[in-house]
Design a binder for this molecule. Structure first.
Ligand code: PMP
Length: 454
């Protein structure tokens, strides 16, 4: 073992993978992470779509320092605080029409847990306590705590904990054109067909029993930057309205500018009842998440007694909110949404140029700076590589050796989907860094394929 790595043998940290040897990160600089040996890693995925301003952004660091010198904590059972109020104002002013309240939490799972409970409470307060079912999609991820783990459609993450996942939830087909759009079927027709799976499930359960439908606007970790087909979410909105089902869009990964608009759903022409967000909100400089809530839902709670029966110690944390506000100000002042939107196309073209003819890249997809390639054993049949080959893990290892942080995964629903690599570069990456990402990824992918001798 070099001095730069830690394994379970020497570390008392309960690591994600107790057998892994992790380099010890000691510094950050723009798009780069630096380990204890001085090795530099180009952070092409912001970890898991977190670090949208890269590392140690000076304006965010200054905001954290400043807030730490004024007020570090005041419990929200007793006080509100200036950064939380200012951040909520900022977000509501830029959110889709009708969103009027922001509930702050410390991360994505907490945001989705809060949304799940809020949906339930709203139905109870409106005199419909029979609305208990949640519906989500296969190949989705909504977090790791027990409630939202039950919600997510990722069997591998759920398997070990199954008996504990008691939430009444059902899963419908995702909207995943590469895998499910029919031959000769238009994108719009496919979008409508995929959305109608929700209507069928609501009718099967009985509309009066359904509380909420959850979906990632652009799917992140489980399938890799899968955008919805045109018209899909408009039809989903229509169906939810028709049956009184609340719509939550999980933008924990794809929100806060990652796709070129502040909220990914702006591009789909829908306003959900709630938007959950986290990673890009505080850009990794502080742990923070949020639920953006339609005014009508807050009014229901207000009229019924006023208390959302929920809360964590660290909600609305002043330093976290100050970091998030500084992050969002930088995004706006530096024109980063436009940059992601315009350069996102150049990024797609660069991926197409490098991987478009690759015999084992079946799909290149995504929006803005949220892109993925999907790897397949056979491009014609779209057959994935066998799970046991561990292709995604091999790509990650080769990428790290190459000095590249990317986010490979393998879809884990019924084995039909292949390994993918998710890329979520910092919005501030230079043209040179963007090219380097594609170059290094190509080396890592080919080295991993060579390992499994294809
Ligand atoms: N929802 C989505 C779409 C996510 O990608 C994630 C994290 N990968 C979560 C929820 C959970 O967020 P956290 O890890 O901050 O709890």
């Amino acid at each position: 073992m070099t001095s730069a790595t830690h394994s379970s043998v020497q570390s008392h940290v309960f690591h994600r993978d107790l057998k892994a040897r992790y380099p010890v990160a000691v510094g950050g600089e723009g798009c780069w992470l630096i380990d204890r040996d001085g090795k530099r890693y180009l952070d092409a995925s912001g970890g898991a779509a977190v670090s949208c301003l890269g590392h140690l952004h000076p304006k965010v660091v200054a905001a954290i320092r400043d807030q730490a010198g004024r007020l570090e904590f005041a419990h929200t059972a007793f006080f509100t605080n200036e950064p939380a109020e200012a951040l909520a104002d900022w977000l509501v002013a830029r959110a889709p029409a009708g969103i009027e309240r922001v509930y702050f939490v410390s991360g994505g799972s907490e945001a989705n847990e809060a949304a799940l409970k809020l949906a339930r409470q709203v139905h109870v307060e409106r005199g419909e306590p029979g609305r208990i079912h949640a519906i989500a999609r296969h190949q989705s991820y909504h977090g790791n705590t027990l409630g939202v783990l039950a919600l997510g459609g990722n069997p591998a993450r759920r398997a070990l904990y199954e008996p504990l996942l008691g939430l009444p939830v059902s899963h419908i087909e995702p909207c995943y054109a590469y895998r499910h759009q029919g031959e000769g079927e238009s994108e719009e027709a496919y979008g409508l067909r995929a959305a109608r799976a929700l209507e069928a499930e609501i009718l099967r359960l009985g509309p009066e029993t359904v509380s909420v439908f959850f979906a990632e606007t652009v799917v992140g970790a489980t399938a890799g930057a899968v955008p919805p087909a045109r018209g899909y979410f408009r039809e989903i909105r229509r169906i939810c309205d028709r049956y009184g089902v609340l719509l939550v869009l999980d933008e924990v990964m794809c929100g806060m500018g990652r796709t070129g608009t502040l909220f990914a759903c702006e591009q789909d022409g829908v306003v959900p009842d709630m938007i959950t967000t986290a990673k890009g909100l505080g850009a990794g400089h502080q742990p923070i998440g949020a639920v953006l809530v339609k005014g009508a839902l807050a009014e229901t709670i207000e009229q019924a007694g006023g208390v959302f029966a929920h809360g964590h110690t660290y909600i609305g944390h002043p330093i976290a909110c100050a970091a998030a506000l500084a992050t969002q100000r930088v995004i706006e002042a530096d024109g980063l949404l436009q940059r992601v939107s315009v350069n996102g196309e150049a990024f797609r073209e660069a991926l197409e140029a490098r991987f478009g003819q690759h015999p084992h890249v079946g799909d290149i997809r995504g929006r803005g700076y949220f892109r993925a390639i999907e790897l397949v054993a056979d491009r014609d049949t779209k057959a994935p590589f066998r799970r046991g080959l561990g292709l995604a893990a091999r790509i990650k290892a080769h990428a790290m050796a190459e000095g590249l942080v990317c986010y490979p995964g393998n879809g884990t629903a019924d084995g039909i989907d292949g390994d993918h690599v998710l890329l979520a570069p910092p919005f501030i990456a230079s043209d040179e860094e963007m090219s380097m990402i594609v170059d290094r990824l190509a080396v890592a992918v080919d080295a991993a394929l060579a390992d499994i001798a294809v």
